[in-house]
Design a protein around this ligand. Structure first.
Ligand code: GLA
Length: 376
């Protein structure tokens, strides 16, 4: 499975943790269709950790779904998700146990890949807890990638080794379609800011085929659920979602989409932000204006169809007047050219700017534009 664009979907972990069930998954699938999330492109519904019994079946050695959470097994859930027009994701771990202490796939890669194929899985998130000390991490991802390729189903490998072993340098060669590059997100501003900043030098490795996954979104969680912390303001969620879009990160919703509010729904279905995230060329942004400690950087990304995306960030606690001399992006003052700006949040044209772009950016907020070079 070669993802041409950053994968989009929903994952159970951020809100539900171990409190998952067939009913909860089916209700989520229903909600994703009813609220237009599937139409907007959110196609994967991924069950994270805690779906199985604590022990493998002693006779078959297979992982066994928890009979209380999934009384009719996983194929039943998968069929339901597929009938809704979505793809189905499962979870396992490269170590001997998963992070929440359920059976991992170490030394069972081929059997488990076959099991996931039998379930009708299209996606496998593959975690890194309880890896035997002497086992080679990259080889474990190669092994599961090969096992999936031999399973008879097209299943995308979503690696999750949290950035260990300089993962960005070798993960594409394993055949994985995306890879977690950081530790776990919590639902607060500092957490997503630091996760994002930790990858500033690595986004150039993220491209069609294998995308840098900076973790499931906490957008719309408002402190509720498994990784709920202090929560974020709507402004901070808008900053988080815009960063993920700008840097072509996979967009895996982590809030309870059955209860998603209008503000969140509007944000995560903003077609201009999604257009940036899903740009077919998948080029990395560059820092067009650097402020020293990366708190107020301005990023520019070259998109397809002669467009640009511009994002002015403000991680500080005060309003900030952002200033981008167009010279910084290769548009000098003396050539009679400027940028036509379209504000992705308001959906309004903001005319043509010449020489410099100025904009006011609130604390923990951002401004995002689609732009085109034009005569000025
Ligand atoms: C790790 C991963 C998380 C989640 C949990 C499940 O911490 O990084 O995303 O999958 O395991 O236990």
């Amino acid at each position: 499975m070669f993802p041409k664009k950053p994968p989009m979907g929903f994952n159970t972990w951020n809100t539900f943790g171990e409190n998952i069930s067939a009913d909860m998954i089916k209700q989520t699938a229903d909600a994703m269709v009813e609220k237009g999330l599937v139409d907007a492109g959110y196609e994967y519904l991924v069950i994270d950790d805690c779906w199985s019994k604590r022990r493998r079946d002693p006779e078959t050695d297979r992982i066994v779904p928890d009979p209380v959470k999934f009384p009719n097994g996983m194929k039943d859930v998968s069929d339901y998700v597929h009938a809704k027009g979505m793809k189905f994701g499962m979870y396992s771990c490269a170590g001997v146990r998963t992070c929440a202490d359920y059976p991992g796939s170490f030394d069972h890669e081929y059997l488990d890949a076959k099991t996931f194929a039998d379930y009708g899985a299209d996606f496998l998130k593959y975690d890194y807890c309880y890896k035997p000390e002497n086992a080679d991490g990259p080889l474990l991802y190669r092994k599961m990638s090969m096992a999936l390729r031999s399973s008879g189903r097209d299943i995308m490998l979503s690696a999750c080794n949290w950035g260990c072993d300089d993962v960005h340098k070798w993960i594409r060669s394993t055949g994985a379609g995306m890879y977690r590059s950081t530790g776990d997100i919590c639902d607060n501003f500092v957490s997503f800011r630091d996760i994002f900043l930790s990858q500033l030098d690595n986004f150039v490795y993220s491209a069609p085929g294998c995308f840098n996954d900076i973790d499931m979104l906490t957008v719309g969680m408002y402190s509720q659920g498994n990784v709920g912390s202090t929560g974020c303001t709507d402004t901070e969620y808008r900053l988080q979602f815009s960063l993920w879009c700008m840097f072509a990160a996979p967009l895996m919703l982590g809030c309870d989409v059955r209860k998603i509010n209008d503000v969140t729904l509007k944000l995560v279905t903003n077609k201009h932000l999604l257009r940036i995230n899903q740009d077919e060329e998948g080029r990395p942004p560059f820092i067009a204006k650097h402020d020293g400690n990366n708190q107020k950087n301005i990023y520019v990304r070259v998109l397809s169809d002669n467009q640009l995306a511009i994002m002015c960030t403000n991680f500080t606690d005060r309003d900030h007047r952002a200033w981008l001399p167009l010279e910084n992006i290769g548009v000098p003052v003396n050539v009679g050219k400027g940028l036509r700006l379209f504000n992705v949040f308001t959906g309004e044209d903001e005319g043509v700017c010449k020489e410099s772009l100025f904009t006011q950016v609130g604390a923990h907020d951002c401004a995002v534009y689609l732009a085109e070079i034009c005569d000025a």
